[in-house]
Each structure stands twice: as structure tokens, then as C-alpha cells.
Design a protein around this ligand. Structure first.
Ligand code: ADP
Length: 319
């Protein structure tokens, strides 16, 4: 392979830039030309493809978002759209593609490999919902953002003696809510992977109140429902002042943490190495601090497993 390309797709995540940088620098280090595809799969279809140099990825390792921009492409979901994409890649003489994104983007990558175009997936999403990897790029940064926000909410919650219900992103996965809940010392954590026991949540609130606790913070993963629904129940049952905070897209932004920069650098470089070894239809990931690669089809057949022992730990510490 002499020419490869990289794109970012789906929801953006802090650290995507560090992954692009790593892919570009590793390719050039190995004597391979590398192109950036702009606006995800849309740019692949329209041919928005430009060569990247060492300098084009300078000064981005610390920036959130993605310099290649990202998009959701309905056209790429069609056979015609994908045929156009492959045509564009061939027109540029590109022989392999790295897709940085979430599981939707991986399904797109899978379709490209089925068309005979070698593709490697790099997991980039704040949701941490990709199977076969302990972490996805962006999760740690989003986690730190959520914890920082909850710390601030705690200050005002204590001052006003209020109960706060904080809604956290994560799509169908509860990882962000769970890890943030444990790290920020929330009273209760409501996630899709565990049954919601409203009686238990209320009992925990009441017992905290009895021993003079000035505030309570409950974290709700967006995959479970809206924080306001839970706030209504708590207010109706306890009569206490209850406030809702939906953290929203603030969780997607910001400078990536050192952990995410490390992960992105390792995964971006590993993806290039795999392509140059002639591999295709694989995703890279991290398991027990070791970079691994697995079959994308196998990974997409599995469901991401949240570590329920963390949930049990959080429950035992928030008594
Ligand atoms: P994420 O990668 O963050 O999960 P999406 O689910 O929105 O984000 O997927 C990103 C893009 O990947 C979609 O807009 C679409 O272009 C492409 N994609 C997703 N699923 C498929 C599929 N089954 N076949 C082809 N392309 C897909």
C-alpha cells in the first residue's frame, strides 16, 4: 500500500484529532502517502479528499472536535452512495481507509470492506459503547467533564439543601453515568443496564436526610429516560426542592485528557500498521492496557458489556 486515507464519522469525540495526527504521522513515517476525507462518509461520496502532511496535523493534539469534521450520511447507507465512495477512493489511488467513529461508522466501514475496500475501524465516541475494547477515544475526557460539572452542582446543592438530578449522555450505554456517578460520589446512579428501584432510591435519599446530609445528587443516563421524570417522582414523594440539570453537548467538547491523547495516538498508529500488514475488516482497541485488533463483524455482533461490579461498588459506597 502506498496511499491510504483517514476520516472521522458520526458523533465527534475529544481525542479524534490526536488519532488523526497519529495515523498521518505513522503513515508518513512508514513512507506512505495519507489523505484526509472531510465530513465523514459524505466527503467520501463527494470526493472531499486532500493529502495530509506532517504540518497539516500540527497543533491539533490538544484540540477537541475533529479537524476533518464529521457528519451523518444517509447517502452512504445506500448501495449507490457506497459505490460512489469506492469510485472516489480509486480515483485518488487510495488503497486502504481508516474510519474513526462509533458503531454506526463501523457498520459503514464493514460495508466498504465487503465491497473489497480494506478498512480499519478506530473506536471514537464518548459513550464507551463499542464491544472488544475497554475504552473508546473521548470517554475519559467526557467523564472528566461530567465529574467537574457535578462537583460544581454539589457546591450549589449543598448551599441550598437541594436534590439534583443530573442527566448524562451515553446513548444506550450507562458507562458515562456510572463512572461519573462513582467518581463524583452521587447518591444514586440510574443506568439502562440495571433495574431502577425507585423505592431504594427514595430510601437512600431519606436516610441521607436523616443523618443531616445537605445535598443529594442522582445521576441519570440518557438511555433510561429523562431526568425530569425522576425529579417529578422524587419531589412528589419527598416534597423536597428538586432541580434538574441536563449536561448536554458540553460533554462532547473540550481538550482531550492525557489518557485520551495516549489512547488515540496508540490506536491511530496501530490502524495504519494493520493496513500496511494487509489486514482489513478489523477494529483496533485496548484490552488490559494492550493494543489489540479484532474482526469488525465479530465485534458488531457482540453487545458492549458495562462492568456491573462498578455499579455494585458505587451502591455500597453511597450509603
Ligand atoms: P456513530 O458512528 O457515532 O455510531 P452513526 O450511527 O450516526 O454514528 O453512524 C455514522 C454514519 O455511518 C451514518 O451516518 C452512516 O453514514 C454510516 N452508517 C451507519 N450504519 C450504517 C450501515 N448499516 N450501513 C452503511 N453505513 C452506515
Amino acid at each position: 500500500m502506498k496511499k491510504i486515507a483517514v476520516l472521522t464519522s458520526g458523533g465527534d469525540a475529544p481525542g479524534m484529532n490526536a488519532a488523526v495526527r497519529a495515523a498521518v504521522r505513522r503513515a508518513i513515517y512508514k513512507g506512505v502517502q495519507i489523505f484526509g476525507v472531510y465530513n465523514g462518509y459524505n466527503g467520501l461520496i463527494s470526493g472531499n479528499i486532500k493529502e495530509l502532511t506532517l504540518g497539516s496535523v500540527g497543533d491539533i493534539i490538544h484540540r477537541g472536535g475533529t479537524m476533518l469534521f464529521t457528519a451523518r450520511s444517509d447517502e452512504f447507507r445506500t448501495e449507490e452512495g457506497r459505490a460512489k465512495a469506492v469510485e472516489q477512493l480509486k480515483k485518488h489511488g487510495i488503497e486502504g481507509l481508516i474510519v474513526i467513529g462509533g458503531d454506526g461508522s463501523f457498520r459503514g466501514a464493514q460495508k466498504l470492506t465487503q465491497l473489497g475496500f480494506p478498512t480499519i475501524g478506530v473506536p471514537g465516541t464518548i459513550d464507551n459503547d463499542i464491544p472488544c475494547t475497554d475504552f473508546t477515544i473521548g470517554f475519559d475526557t467526557a467523564l472528566n467533564t461530567v465529574v467537574e460539572c457535578i462537583d460544581k452542582i454539589r457546591d450549589t446543592a449543598t448551599s441550598h439543601e437541594r436534590t439534583y438530578i443530573v442527566e448524562v449522555m451515553g446513548r444506550d450505554a450507562g458507562d458515562l453515568a456510572l463512572w461519573a456517578g462513582l467518581a463524583a460520589g452521587a447518591e444514586s446512579i440510574i443506568i439502562p443496564e440495571a433495574d431502577t428501584d425507585m423505592k431504594d432510591i427514595l430510601e437512600r435519599l431519606r436516610s441521607g436526610h436523616r443523618r443531616g446530609k445537605k445535598h443529594s445528587i442522582i445521576i441519570v443516563a440518557e438511555g433510561v429516560g429523562q431526568a425530569s421524570q425522576f425529579a417529578d417522582v422524587i419531589k412528589a414523594e419527598t416534597g423536597w426542592e428538586t432541580r434538574v440539570t441536563v449536561l448536554g453537548h458540553i460533554q462532547r467538547g473540550g481538550s482531550p485528557t492525557a489518557f485520551d491523547r495516549m489512547l488515540a495516538s496508540r490506536l491511530g498508529a496501530a490502524a495504519v500498521d494493520l493496513l500496511l500488514e494487509g489486514k482489513a475488516d478489523r477494529m483496533v482497541g485496548i484490552k488490559n492496557n494492550t493494543i489489540v485488533d479484532v474482526d469488525i463483524d465479530e465485534a458488531l455482533d457482540q453487545k458492549h458489556q458495562l462492568d456491573l461490579s462498578i455499579y455494585q461498588l458505587a451502591r455500597s459506597l453511597s450509603i
